[in-house]
Design a protein around this ligand. Structure first.
Ligand SMILES: Nc1nc2c(ncn2[C@@H]2O[C@H](COP(=O)(O)OP(=O)(O)OP(=O)(O)O)[C@@H](O)[C@H]2O)c(=O)[nH]1
Ligand SMILES: [Mg+2]
Length: 221
């Protein structure tokens, strides 16, 4: 599934990844985001797929390239290239299967091993529509998220509950971090440019004896 939508001019383009155990609903979260579709009979993902999703934050149009891979180890593509350049991750578990919650430690280890240090991670407890089969309380999700310093949300790809919100939260946070970085970079460049200009002195030495004029330059940083 590669849904391309280069129809609109965007201000920023960034990569985000979906991670979590097999059958937690990653591909359905992606199809909900990209095409507003849900499939009860979806097949396990093999390799890597991706789709684009545009979102407006303030006056900026942001295009997210969202990657989805297999939760099953044997179908996964090379891990390091999956995470390379990703600024955000939706880390998904299934609220009806405790093991998918317990395996989050493994996923967090992997994302921190291969992802960038300031990657924005949102913990997503999917399948909230199946609350009568619940094996993981929302409080458990919230506590883990707090412990790990990440955001948390329960979603239902099936009922289209909170899927956009989780994604928006990730994008807004990425945008905040990047805008801050841009600003710091701009400030640094301005300071550098300012000190170069201020530090340039032109010293004019007048040699009265020969009545000739010599010039020399000195620069300080
Ligand atoms: N009830 C319910 N079922 C869901 C939800 N999201 C996904 N499913 C179902 O869960 C099953 C697995 O969904 P996928 O999206 O294929 O899971 P995945 O995480 O991509 O799995 P892998 O590709 O194997 O890693 C499918 O039968 C989906 O219909 C949800 O929010 N509610
Ligand atoms: Mg899948």
């Amino acid at each position: 599934m590669a849904v391309n939508s280069f129809d609109e001019e965007c201000d920023y383009l960034f990569k985000a990844v979906l991670i979590g155990d097999s059958a937690v609903g990653k591909s359905n979260i992606l199809s909900r985001l990209a095409k507003n579709e849900f499939h009860l009979d979806s097949k396990p993902t093999i390799g890597v797929e991706f789709a684009y999703k545009n979102i407006r934050v303030g006056d900026k149009l942001i295009k997210a390239q969202i990657w989805d891979t297999a939760g099953q180890e044997r179908f996964r593509a090379i891990t390091s290239s999956y995470y390379r350049g990703a600024l955000g991750a939706l880390l998904v578990y299934d609220i009806t299967r405790r093991t998918t919650f317990e395996n989050l430690k493994k996923w967090l280890y992997e994302v921190r091993e291969f992802g960038s240090s300031d990657m924005v991670i949102i913990l997503v407890g999917n399948k909230s529509d199946l609350s009568y089969l619940r094996e993981v309380n929302a409080e458990d999700g919230q506590s883990l998220a707090q412990l790990e310093g990440i955001a948390f949300m329960e979603t239902s790809a099936k009922e289209n509950f909170n899927v956009e919100e989780a994604f928006h939260q990730m994008v807004r946070r990425i945008h905040e971090i990047n805008s801050k970085k841009d600003l710091e970079m701009k400030k640094l460049n301005d300071e550098r440019a300012g000190s170069i200009l201020q530090g340039t002195k032109e010293i004019i030495c007048i040699d009265e004896v020969s009545a000739s004029t010599k010039t020399s330059h000195c620069c300080s940083y």
